[in-house]
Design a protein around this ligand. Structure first.
Ligand code: DGY
Length: 331
């Protein structure tokens, strides 16, 4: 019997491509070319499955051009690149990679918070540029992490990991805002108190964003929200571009309306709003919150396992939708 055909849309670990080749007829992309939507559709025209990262849009137009496609396995916990309704309507299974990246991403959120509040990259650039000629009492004085108030918007698994680090590692008071309130047991475990968004913005010394991107979470933080924050506050975005209005943030940073920001994700990335590149009080990283070798391997292996389990007839391991028919036979 012939093997199902799959497309691996971006370069991934070669040994994981080899593992997939044992189960599938694989077309991969070792040169890591960024295909246009039309080029992606052309390659998916004869494929039964796809391995994607968060940057390939899977929508109704693409699905119409890929009549055999039955599953798209995203190597990311976020799946805002999927039009889930269109996939469900077309009977296409979507999967993501939850859990395996939670602690690594929470570590990074905390690292970005520390680097931002303590002005680490700004001071390093100063030193590297040869500007350090004497110590002075107020040189790169930032704000404290320990004992301060941490506000977390989005209290899923990663938000909870950040709360635990803040409460138990740094003695922070943790407040959070989320679509739904956590159970009392989980609140106690994270030592976190539920508050309204406005109260969080008004009282937090550090605001960390970990909400999924949806139409409802677009510009969760814009000019009005930035105006509610303390002028000494820091803002961290490890969620998705578009959760923050980057243009409004650049203005707030330039005018000192908040002290600093740490951003791992950007509206329209990999482009970065040019004004963010010119303000000094922002730490910028290229969407690397889950980027450790063990975690990226675990993500890639989970995406591969989803494809293998699906075509073995065991069903997807971490589905994001429930298409009416998830048959592995041609659609
Ligand atoms: C995720 O898993 O969603 C990360 O942002 C990597 O894309």
């Amino acid at each position: 019997m012939s093997k199902p055909r799959i497309l691996i849309a971006r370069a991934i670990f070669p040994d994981i491509v080899d593992r997939l080749r044992q189960h599938f007829d694989v077309q991969d992309n070792p040169e890591d070319v960024i295909w246009s939507p039309a080029e992606l559709a052309e390659r998916l025209a004869d494929k039964d499955g796809a391995f994607t990262t968060g940057s390939q849009r899977i929508d109704a137009t693409l699905l119409a051009a890929a009549p055999r496609l039955k599953i798209v396995a995203n190597m990311a916990v976020g799946y805002n690149n999927f039009d889930v309704d269109a996939m469900t309507a077309a009977g296409v299974q979507g999967t993501n990679t939850p859990d395996v990246l939670t602690e690594t991403t929470a570590d990074f959120g905390f690292a970005l918070l520390m680097a931002t509040a303590r002005r680490m990259t700004e001071s390093e650039h100063y030193l590297r540029a040869g500007n350090w000629t004497k110590w002075s009492y107020d040189m790169f004085a930032g704000s404290d992490i320990h004992g301060s108030t941490l506000g977390i918007i989005g209290m899923g698994r990663i938000g909870q990991g950040i709360a635990r680090r803040g409460a138990f590692g740094f003695g922070m008071k943790v407040v959070y805002h989320n679509r739904s309130r956590l159970s009392p047991a989980l609140e106690a475990e994270c030592k976190a108190t539920y508050v309204g968004k406005e109260e969080l913005l008004r009282t937090a010394d550090h605001v960390v964003l970990v909400v999924p991107y949806t139409a409802a979470s677009h510009h969760t933080i814009g000019a009005a929200e930035l105006a509610q924050m303390k002028p000494t506050a820091t803002l961290i975005n490890i969620a998705r571009g578009g959760i923050v209005d980057d243009a409004a943030l650049a203005v707030a940073l330039r005018e000192g309306r908040i002290a600093a920001a740490g951003l791992d994700v950007f509206e329209g990335e990999p482009r970065v709003h040019p004004d963010l590149l010119t303000v000094p009080n922002v730490v910028l990283t290229p969407h690397i919150a889950s980027a450790t070798v063990p975690t990226r391997r675990a993500m890639a292996n989970l995406a591969a396992d989803n494809l293998i389990a699906f075509f073995d007839g065991r069903g997807p391991l971490t589905p994001v939708n429930q298409p009416v028919s998830t048959t592995t036979a041609p659609r």
